[in-house]
Design a protein around this ligand. Structure first.
Ligand SMILES: Cc1cc2nc3c(=O)[nH]c(=O)nc-3n(C[C@H](O)[C@H](O)[C@H](O)COP(=O)(O)OP(=O)(O)OC[C@H]3O[C@@H](n4cnc5c(N)ncnc54)[C@H](O)[C@@H]3O)c2cc1C
Length: 212
């Protein structure tokens, strides 16, 4: 799994703070820069978030590229409706690998054989001339895929992270949510201040999940 931020709102903490401030002062946007709240923008943003005025966080957006993940993950991921997605097409691109959890790899007598066996039907029918878009019906859920997603700060903070960092979420999506959090915390440390990256889980993912 690899998560990359392709683009993001410039200085999201300050932008959201200023937007929060804009609502209750007479100043124009330009004038706001000369009217820094007592305690500074960071303290002000914390107050805005604490009082629940979190619609200001919708003005900060983050676009992620997530590669080397399974269809199991993307199926769960795209259920988060308050985001925008583009997934690699199964009609146009051949399956390269299977992304498999440790339990499956350990249970396999020969992981390489398993990789081949699981893909056999798909590949076999593709070789017989069945179009990719039809052969994909025979592909396993662990088939490798990639997705681009754009989330706003509010969806991440109030919806996606609480659900997918939680221990009840499945291991792969939980690891990816942690990696996404690690990246957005570097860009918007104030917005995501209350959420902690589970480094242990990320390490566990690296040593136990992946291609056979
Ligand atoms: C541990 C776990 C297990 C799960 N198991 C299953 C399962 O077995 N089967 C299954 O189908 N799904 C399952 N899901 C998916 C889950 O039901 C949600 O579809 C998914 O987590 C996206 O959450 P969301 O709808 O809150 O997010 P979003 O779609 O991003 O919505 C964000 C928020 O916007 C509001 N909202 C969005 N659309 C509407 C609407 N139409 N009406 C009212 N409010 C709306 C809600 O407040 C919502 O919380 C599971 C999720 C988790 C975390």
């Amino acid at each position: 799994m690899k998560v990359t931020i392709l683009s993001h709102t410039e200085n999201p903490d300050q932008l959201c703070a200023k937007i929060g401030r804009y609502s209750n002062v007479l100043e124009t946007w330009e004038e706001l820069d000369r009217k820094i709240p007592s305690g500074g923008w960071e303290t002000f943003l914390r107050k805005v978030i604490k009082m629940g005025h979190t619609s200001v966080l919708e003005h900060a957006v983050f676009t992620f590229e997530i590669t080397g993940v399974s269809r199991v993950f993307t199926h769960q991921f795209v259920r988060h409706r308050i985001a925008s997605y583009l997934q690699k097409s199964f009609r146009r691109t051949k399956i390269k690998e299977l992304i498999l959890p440790k339990s499956v790899l350990e249970a396999a007598e020969d992981p390489e054989k398993l990789q081949k066996a699981a893909e056999t039907l798909y590949r076999e029918y593709y070789r017989r001339g069945v179009p990719m878009e039809d052969a994909r019906y025979l592909a396993p859920m662990g088939s490798e895929t990639a997705i681009i997603a754009t989330f706003n700060g509010r969806t991440l903070l109030e919806s996606f992270f609480p659900l997918r960092l939680h221990q009840t979420a499945q291991f792969e999506i939980r690891a990816i949510a942690n990696e996404m959090l690690r990246l957005v915390k570097e860009i918007a440390p104030v917005i995501f201040q209350d959420l902690e990256v589970d480094e242990k889980l990320l390490q566990e993912y690296k040593s136990s999940f992946g291609k056979s």
